[in-house]
Design a protein around this ligand. Structure first.
Ligand code: PLP
Length: 644
């Protein structure tokens, strides 16, 4: 049997519509990406695009190559950042209008989700029309926020643990007219904040973060609920209110905040938390606090796998439904209690920035799964167990696939044990192994078209896939894929007019056994391997990982000393691609310096070693020069595989 035997039955019929369905691109891309009739993934810019057609990622790559930018490269699309901010704000505005809600929406962007300067600059510039503010979870984030936010109607929400310096900076900025709110994460922060405020002669704007009993769902379920790390429980909230009353500062309490966790896939959990929080809000008003602001934190989920379900990488609601549901929940509870509708803040990060970035990389090599050649005919006088194994093939059909696999495993194990006891020869055992893999491959082919695939046979396909080695580091560019098994949409960005006849696990270049993506979206079984095309000689094969704008850049680490990738911002102006904000990825010297090596000292040490080799007559002075040049070029070079 040839390698091609693993292909699906080859029909010539294949078009880009089938590719779109296979990779689910229209389910997860929010309309930002699609496939062109030429079989390439295209970007649908909203700004600066005079033509309705999208711009091919391959064309963008071509331009980058001409400019000397190496892969892997992270492309950022400003267009999608601004479009998401608009979508969020306008969805809230519409829900507010349609439900006759009296408050307004004043969202803030949580800097931690993507702290890149360009993101902050873009969000504060574009967000001004909506009075869109920032959330700072630490002193450095507050310092960055203060440098960019100038809108006096937008909020800066200060979460996180606060020292005196953090508090003073927030208070002084509110003196300058910014709306900075200090949110209590722990009861102990209150006396310090009031003391600093008194010393500086400033009335602080205060918020309280609460721990709700309603738990979230998805990866981050632990972030909420009674045992979450941050926020005050109900008795601590009452103590804080009493303390504020005692200190004559209850008039400073303006905001109630909670955060259920990130990526809450189920709208029911969001609604339940919102109802509980609004009840607390109403009680605080009834205690005499002016309030006015209800901050629902983050959690607005992104449908990474496009399944519109409550699975952890998906979301069973859209932005509009989210807005309508939370407005309705808040309205209902406040109306019942005859309390004025609060202005609403959300700290939605992931939903705003996920679409912003795409990682592109090339495949460096392939290790193909080779189905074993058909085993030789059963030799005369062969052991009966070997004959039994051979006979499994005769009865094999889709209906008997499960039974066939069980029998094959049973007889293979019997043959192993017979060999250990000296009852069969090495040659017979070898024949048995060959027959076993032949049967497994045939069963996998039979199973491929079954719907549903019986549970016991689901993993079978995963054992028969190729390894495609990609020029990227999972730990640097997709840490959540490794750490919390988050699924991201991955697909080839060209050749989509051709049927992808291979299935592959994507391995990165870290040589770490965890450095791989082996679960993919949009497959009946996420373990089946990604459908890909066979490599062609002298032609690069490019894959894209989409929706990586949230959390991935900063969480990435220097595993195997593979550093930050090159980054380029892409926009359209009058239909022409513009490459801006180009940031060179880490050089080898950069990453070595992060882990305390001094690149100059490294070069000096190597020079010394080379000189000794000259003295010992191992190399000539000319060879020394060439070796040193290679070493120094290596230090200056990109940490990833460089195209010659
Ligand atoms: N607010 C707080 C306090 C957070 O800790 C986070 C992140 O976990 C967010 C907002 C952002 O959440 P998301 O990205 O789910 O919108």
């Amino acid at each position: 049997m040839s390698t091609m035997a693993l292909q699906r039955p080859v029909s010539v019929q294949w078009d880009v519509e089938q590719a779109a369905a296979l990779y689910g691109i229209r389910n997860w891309s929010n309309g930002y990406f699609d496939i062109s009739p030429a079989g390439e993934v295209v970007v649908n810019f909203r700004e600066g695009n005079p033509d309705p057609g999208g711009v091919s990622l391959i064309e963008i790559l071509r331009g980058l190559r001409e400019r000397g930018t190496q892969l892997p490269v992270l492309l950022r699309f400003r267009d999608f950042l601004t479009s998401r901010i608009a979508e969020l704000n306008e969805s809230f505005a519409q829900a507010i209008r349609e439900s006759s809600y009296h408050g307004v929406y004043r969202g803030v962007y949580p800097i931690k989700v993507n702290q890149q300067q360009q993101v902050l600059e873009e969000i504060t510039r574009f967000g001004e029309r909506y009075h869109y503010g920032l959330e700072a979870g630490s002193k450095p984030e507050l310092i960055a926020a203060l440098a960019y936010l100038r809108d006096r109607e937008a909020y800066i929400i200060c979460n996180g643990y606060k020292d005196e310096e953090f508090i003073d900076l927030a208070l002084q900025s509110s003196r300058m007219g910014l709306q900075v709110i200090l949110v209590l994460e722990m009861p102990g922060e209150l006396p310090l904040i009031l003391e600093r405020a008194r010393l500086l002669g400033i009335d602080p704007a205060l918020g309280i973060r609460v721990r709700l009993s309603t738990r979230g769902s998805g990866h981050w379920a632990e972030s909420a609920g009674d045992r979450s790390v941050f926020g005050l429980n109900m008795s601590q909230v009452i103590d804080a209110v009493d303390y504020l009353k005692e200190q004559g500062s209850l008039h400073c309490l303006r905001l109630l905040h909670y955060h259920q966790g990130s990526q809450i896939p189920n709208i029911r959990a969001i609604r339940e938390a919102c109802v509980e929080a609004t009840r607390i809000y109403v009680n605080l008003v009834q205690e005499g606090a002016p309030m006015g602001l209800l901050d629902l934190g983050g959690g607005l989920a992104v449908d990474y796998d496009g399944s519109q379900s409550s699975s952890p990488s998906s979301s069973n609601y859209g932005i509009q439904e989210y807005c309508v549901d939370v407005i309705e929940a808040i309205k209902q509870v406040t109306d019942e209690a005859e309390v004025a509708h609060p202005d609403i803040i959300t700290e939605s990060g992931r939903a705003v920035v996920a679409y912003y970035s795409v990682l592109l990389f090339n495949i460096l090599d392939v290790s193909s799964f080779e189905p074993p050649a058909s085993p030789a005919a059963l030799p005369k006088g062969a052991h009966e167990t070997l004959a039994d194994l051979y006979s499994v093939e005769e009865a094999l059909s889709q209906r008997t696939a499960r039974e066939g696999l069980n029998d094959a495993v049973y007889y293979r194990d019997q043959l192993r044990s017979l060999f250990v006891h000296g009852s069969i020869s090495l040659r017979e055992r070898g024949l048995g192994e060959k027959m076993f893999w032949h049967l497994v491959t045939r069963i996998a082919r039979l199973v491929e078209d079954m719907d549903p695939i019986p549970e016991e046979l689901e993993d079978l396909q995963g054992t028969l896939v190729d390894f495609y080695y990609g020029n990227f580091s999972l730990f640097q560019s997709l840490p959540d894929s490794w750490a919390i098994s988050q699924l991201f949409p991955v697909m080839p960005i060209h050749r989509l007019g051709e049927r992808p006849v291979r299935r592959a696990i994507l391995a990165d270049i870290t040589c770490d056994c965890d450095g791989k993506m082996d679960r993919f979206i949009n497959l009946r079984d996420s373990h089946q391997g990604l459908p890909v095309h066979p490599l062609r000689d002298d032609e690069d094969y490019f894959l894209g990982v989409f929706l990586v704008g949230a959390y991935q850049e900063t969480l990435g680490d220097l595993h195997n000393l593979l550093g930050d990738t090159n980054v380029v911002s892409i926009s359209l102006e009058d239909g022409r691609i513009r490459y801006t904000h180009e940031i060179k990825g880490d050089s080898v010297a950069d990453v070595l310096a992060y882990v305390e090596y001094d690149p100059k000292e490294l070069a000096a040490r190597f020079r010394h070693f080379a000189e000794a080799a000259v003295a010992e007559g191992r190399i000539t002075p000319q060879e020394r020069r060439r070796i040193l040049t290679a070493y120094e070029d290596g230090l200056r070079g990109y940490t990833y595989y460089e195209h010659p």
